[in-house]
Design a protein around this ligand. Structure first.
Ligand code: AMP
Length: 222
């Protein structure tokens, strides 16, 4: 089983992927998180991708392809995994199908209006220490500006600056939206409204997914 979360930046893919991981036990693989981690640790990969990410552009297919291949070949991904932020163009779709093509696959596309997305991304804050993600509107921290978990001062992601947000949305429309057509034709695609409360969106997703997952879950969920 493979669950692919599609949707523009800020549509809630990361949040929903974490909830799905907790409920169904499949590990979440978020290429954006993996790349940000490499940037933070100043690894050779991190140094190569830092500026590209700050500009809101896509990192090369080759680099993200390598990351994905390493991850999905790990034992914990054997019975399934959740993809957040990959694939992001048709080339990446083809690559995924080449390296792990026989797996049952479900694509969930989170649909959120662009105006709402800009509002969400501008109000996203992250903890630079433990990486917990907040949203001043949807999921505010208990104490203003501080992480609930480690009390570190929250920051805005470099690529959540207004100009970069616009660029990322442009890149999404050009590169990733064509995937919708592809998966729609493949017949494994479900569009779900991503606006509203996190719990309500999650309920819609799990209602739809549960029948497909009952046979392939790796361990008992919540
Ligand atoms: P995200 O956290 O998914 O919004 O990703 C943040 C940034 O990481 C993107 O704007 C890209 O620069 C890079 N990135 C993440 N996933 C991919 C991918 N599948 N292909 C290319 N670049 C990616």
């Amino acid at each position: 089983m493979r669950i692919i979360l599609l949707g523009p930046p800020g549509s809630g893919k990361g949040t929903q992927a974490s909830l799905l991981e907790e409920k169904f036990g499949f590990p979440k693989i978020a290429t954006g998180d993996l790349l940000r981690d490499a940037v933070r640790r100043k690894t050779p990969l991190g140094l190569r991708v830092k500026e590209i990410m700050e500009r809101g552009e896509l990192v090369s297919d080759e680099l993200v392809g390598q990351l994905i291949k390493e991850k999905i070949s790990q034992a914990e991904c054997q019975s399934g995994y959740i993809l957040d932020g990959f694939p992001r163009n048709l080339n990446q779709v083809k690559y995924l199908e080449m390296i792990d093509g026989h797996r049952k696959e479900i694509v969930i596309d989170l649909e959120v209006e662009e105006e709402e997305i800009i509002k969400r991304l501008s109000s996203r804050r992250v903890c630079p220490k433990c990486q917990e993600v907040y949203n001043l509107i949807l999921k505010p921290p208990t104490v203003n500006g501080k992480c609930d978990i480690c009390q570190t001062d929250l920051v805005t992601r470099d690529d959540d600056q207004p100009e970069v947000i616009k660029k990322r949305l442009r890149v999404y429309r050009q590169e990733t939206q064509p995937l919708i057509d592809y998966y729609q034709r493949k017949g494994n695609y479900k569009r779900i409204k991503g606006s509203g409360r996190i719990e309500d969106v999650f309920k819609k997703i799990t209602n739809w997914l549960s029948p497909y997952i009952s046979n392939s879950r790796p361990r008992a969920g919540r």
